[in-house]
Write a protein that binds this ligand. Structure first.
Ligand SMILES: [Zn+2]
Ligand SMILES: [Zn+2]
Length: 70
């Protein structure tokens, strides 16, 4: 899988993780690993079994959205 953020800028970078919220692939420059706030419960976050073995990260857009909702 390729980094979605890099792809938008015309670069071709291998993703090392997947955003747990929207599922986009992310390289080390674009992932965010800060503490993720506890979900309210109404946000449609679901962890699929096939992503359990990869890093639990969020992408920049999702991270910003989560921080705005604190
Ligand atoms: Zn990237
Ligand atoms: Zn995301």
């Amino acid at each position: 899988m390729k980094c979605y953020q890099c792809a938008k800028m015309g670069k071709d970078t291998d993703a090392i993780g997947i955003c747990i919220v929207c599922g986009m692939g992310l390289c080390k420059d674009h992932l965010r690993r800060e503490e993720i706030p506890v979900w309210d419960g109404d946000y449609p976050v679901r962890l699929k079994p096939d992503v359990e073995h990869i890093l639990r990260i969020v992408c920049e857009p999702c991270h910003e959205a989560l921080m705005e909702n604190l």
